[in-house]
Design a binder for this molecule. Structure first.
Ligand code: MG
Length: 400
């Protein structure tokens, strides 16, 4: 069984006009949220987040319940900002520690964290930072681009890389806290950690000061150091503590706004099914349309012209491209009756290669012309139109 005692305090500081930090602590949950955004929107974001975490965790005191509550807060802050122009751009950090109950009934502390509010663990006067700041400067420290000293004064040290209400998805650092009886945990906003160095934090937050004395001293010391931001501190001390059956330390990203496990799974499945019912017929219809369109365009091209050719020694008129186009073969339309061998030699050669004409009428005229040059003989008494089956082509004959 895990049990803690606590004390908390928050202060506007000496420079800011309002306090956009929000804090909450009870016997099983402690939260610090540092809101951001103009027109008091930061207060809305931090208070909304506190309330949703409090109610969400009350309904599900598991690690998943705590994590889902942060996701729900993220979506709610985003939606509120979209619906209220005055809240545009608002967001908040959140650091929360909850006494979570696992499958084996063990109650242990779990820390969830987004942004640059911090958690420190204190033991025997020594201070250990448990969290990574999700700020540009601190990310660069972890990448080796800056030293911690450079990051402390870097202009982008306040620019967050993660926050509640910033994007549709949120990545949350989740970790089981390993502590001993008598250990203290300090949750604070950057208004405290930016003003006081580690040694001062350790000295003021530790015994022999009581929890109440410590938080009061921390706030006052931060104000004496400048008080340039809102200042918040929640201090816990473990009277008894258990370790999680399956400790966790990882960053978990969301893709949906899960509120409960079953609801989240249902939402994902419904969305997948909706995609299937929408997209599959649509894609199939587009593909069929493309194939059918290509077929008719090809057919039009294949039968868009006429030519004179040699049909077993007789001058014939074909519709189509000489040699055909794919499976669209030229169609014999007219047997003129003119004997090829009675034409001029050059015309015979040209005929064997095919002589293209734009229309059926032009093809007829040209065959008559060739014949007139030599007063050719007819192999049959009169020309005839074939009965070649070509439904789409015959519709163009009259036009030719
Ligand atoms: Mg702050």
């Amino acid at each position: 069984m895990t049990h803690w005692r606590y004390a908390e305090a928050t202060d506007t500081g000496l420079v800011r006009q309002s306090n956009q930090d929000a804090i909450y602590v009870d016997d099983s949950l402690a939260i610090v949220a540092d809101g951001m955004g103009g027109h008091a929107a930061g207060e809305v974001a931090s208070e909304m987040t506190i309330e949703l975490l409090r109610s969400g965790f009350a309904g599900d005191q598991s690690v998943e319940g705590l994590y889902n509550a942060i996701n729900a807060a993220n979506i709610s802050v985003l939606n509120d900002a979209r619906e209220n122009p005055n809240h545009f751009g608002m967001g908040t950090t959140v650091i929360a520690i909850g006494l979570t109950v696992d499958d084996e009934g063990v109650t242990s502390p779990t820390l969830c964290h987004v942004g640059d509010s911090r958690a420190y663990q204190l033991r025997d006067g020594a201070l250990r930072l448990l969290t990574d700041d999700h700020s540009v400067a601190e990310e660069w420290v972890r990448m080796g681009r800056l030293t911690p000293e450079e990051a402390a004064v870097h202009p982008r040290r306040h620019q967050l890389t993660r926050g509640v209400g910033v994007e549709d998805t949120i990545a949350v650092d989740v970790m089981s806290v390993h502590a001993l009886k008598g250990d203290r945990l300090l949750l604070c906003s950057d208004g405290l950690s930016n003003e006081l160095d580690s040694d001062t934090l350790a000295r003021l937050a530790s015994a022999p000061f009581t929890l109440e004395e410590s938080v009061t001293q921390l706030i006052e010391a931060a104000k004496e150091a400048g008080g340039r931001d809102n200042i918040s501190a929640v201090l816990l001390e473990f009277d008894d503590i258990s370790v999680a059956s399956r400790p966790i330390q990882r960053t978990i990203s969301s893709t949906t706004p899960p509120v409960a496990k079953s609801a989240a799974v249902t939402t994902v499945r419904r969305r997948k099914n909706r995609r299937l019912t929408w997209r599959t017929p649509f894609v199939a219809a587009v593909l069929i349309g493309v194939v059918v369109g290509a077929y008719f365009i090809l057919q039009w091209y294949a039968y868009s012209t006429y030519y004179l050719g040699n049909d077993s020694g007789v001058v014939a008129i074909y519709q189509g491209q000489p040699g055909g186009v794919l499976w669209f073969k030229p169609s014999l339309l007219v047997d003129t009756g003119y004997n090829v061998k009675t034409l001029r030699p050059g015309d015979q050669a040209a005929l064997n290669q095919s002589i293209s004409e734009p229309t059926l009428k032009a093809a007829r005229h040209y065959s008559d012309y060739l014949c007139s040059l030599t007063k050719c003989t007819a192999s049959t008494e009169s020309s005839s139109t074939t009965t070649t089956t070509l439904p789409t082509a015959t519709t163009t004959l009259n036009g030719g």
